[in-house]
Write a protein that binds this ligand. Structure first.
Ligand SMILES: [Zn+2]
Length: 423
């Protein structure tokens, strides 16, 4: 390499380094300013007390379910981490993908498929184990054909999205020296686009959605949304009962694709409790939580693209792949994406738990019914066999929501602060 090229390389890496620092600071600043760190004034929320609201039988069932599903869950998590580590830190991926032949784009696609197939083959028995547990505990309503179909569809979606991303990075690296610039822009755009079309493109692959049938419940929910000032045309019902007995509701999409969905399993629940569940979802809609989550995710993806460029020296030494222009880089890319997801998970959970607490406060403000809120939390936790007292590791890795006892403690604090009888 002559001096001029080497100088240019140093300059490009420095530019990427600066961009990385700037983007990193922007992500942290956006998270710091958009996360509702305190749903209620400090010092007002008592410590959660599972024994106060849950019977010894409920506590024992939750603990036993946690123990039954823990091993397959942790093993699958560990395997994912191990596989990603192999791809990023060893020449394993390069050697394997080096056997593929054909034009570069075909080798990239085949590489993504091959590595996904290997990881899934190893993980499959753990998925079966987990599903068997769900059935033993009465949470799953699927047969093996439906379960397999679901899993393959999920894999298909993930392979398509990953292939687009990996193909784009390799294509850019083959054409543009400062490929991190279009890669970062593309990662941002792809994340926003995927989140926007998610409810209309991906969700229908897994569930049928129909407008909630006319009746007192629908009327009450739409009236509540209007009282809340959240424009809602419809509440959709998903046929979740084809898969699970769990009770749930969610908001997805933003702008023109935003929708509030309740599981059909929730429809036999007493109306005031369904109203509280939907009031919580209205909280997400009112605060545009999906949009801000998407923007943070998109900024994170852009930062990841720059980080990838900055890490290419390390990757070269560890994996023997000279640059991301090499089709064998598909392995490194898959590994890095999966590591980024796993490693950022705990931080995402911290933010998510605060966003969820704000939606709970929104629901309480709207309904002023903390006693119903407590009853609803109790019902949801029982039906879903939620972990009522997760250990630190479970809480850090898995808890995207506060626990039911934490949410109940929040409702009690809200009642005290608002002069409503404490449940
Ligand atoms: Zn929520």
């Amino acid at each position: 390499m002559d001096d001029r090229r080497q100088e240019a390389g140093v300059r490009e890496r420095r530019e990427a380094g600066v961009a990385l620092v700037v983007l990193g600071v922007v992500v942290l600043a956006v998270v710091a300013f958009t996360t509702p760190w305190r749903a209620l004034p400090p010092g007002t929320v008592p410590a959660p007390d599972p024994a106060r609201d849950f019977t010894p039988l409920q506590l024992a069932r939750a603990a036993a379910f946690d123990a039954a599903t823990g091993p397959p869950g942790y093993l699958s998590y560990g395997l994912g981490l191990l596989f990603a580590g192999l791809l990023v830190l060893t020449p394993f991926g390069a050697r394997l993908l080096g056997r593929l032949r054909g034009p570069w784009w075909l080798r990239v696609l085949a590489g993504v498929l091959l590595l996904t197939a290997i990881l899934q083959a190893v993980r499959w028995p753990l998925g079966v184990w987990y599903e068997i547990r769900l059935r033993e505990w009465g949470l799953s309503t699927q047969d093996w054909a439906a379960w397999t179909g679901d899993r393959l569809k999920g894999l298909g979606v993930s392979v398509v999205l990953t292939s687009i991303m990996v193909l784009a990075v390799v294509a850019l690296a083959r054409r543009v020296r400062r490929w991190w610039i279009p890669a970062a822009a593309g990662a941002f755009a792809l994340t926003v686009a995927a989140s926007f079309v998610y409810p209309v493109v991906f969700e229908p692959l897994f569930n049928d959605f129909r407008p909630m049938p006319d009746g007192p419940l629908r009327t009450a929910l739409l009236a509540m949304a209007e009282r809340d000032g959240v424009p809602v045309d419809d509440v959709l019902v998903a046929d979740a009962s084809r898969r699970t007995t769990a009770l749930n509701a969610y908001v997805s999409g933003f702008g023109a694709t935003r929708r509030i969905v309740v599981y059909d399993t929730l429809l036999t629940t007493p109306r005031p409790e369904v109203e509280l569940v939907v009031a919580h979802e209205l909280g997400h809609a009112a605060h545009d939580d999906v949009l801000s989550g998407t923007l943070v995710g998109a900024l994170g993806a852009a930062t990841g693209a720059v980080l990838l460029f900055a890490l290419s020296g390390l990757v070269r030494r560890r994996t023997g792949i000279a640059s991301m222009a090499d089709p064998r880089a598909a392995g490194v890319l898959l590994g890095l994406v999966s590591l980024a997801g796993v490693l950022s998970g705990p931080a995402q959970n911290v933010v998510s738990r605060h966003v969820e607490a704000r939606a709970d406060v929104h629901a309480l403000d709207l309904t002023r019914a903390p006693a119903t809120f407590v009853a609803m939390q109790n019902r949801l936790a029982s039906a879903n066999l939620s972990d009522l007292s997760p250990d630190v590791v479970e809480y850090v890795l898995y808890a995207s929501h506060p626990t039911a006892p934490e949410r109940i403690a929040l409702a009690r604090a809200w009642a005290r602060l608002n002069g409503v009888p404490e449940p």
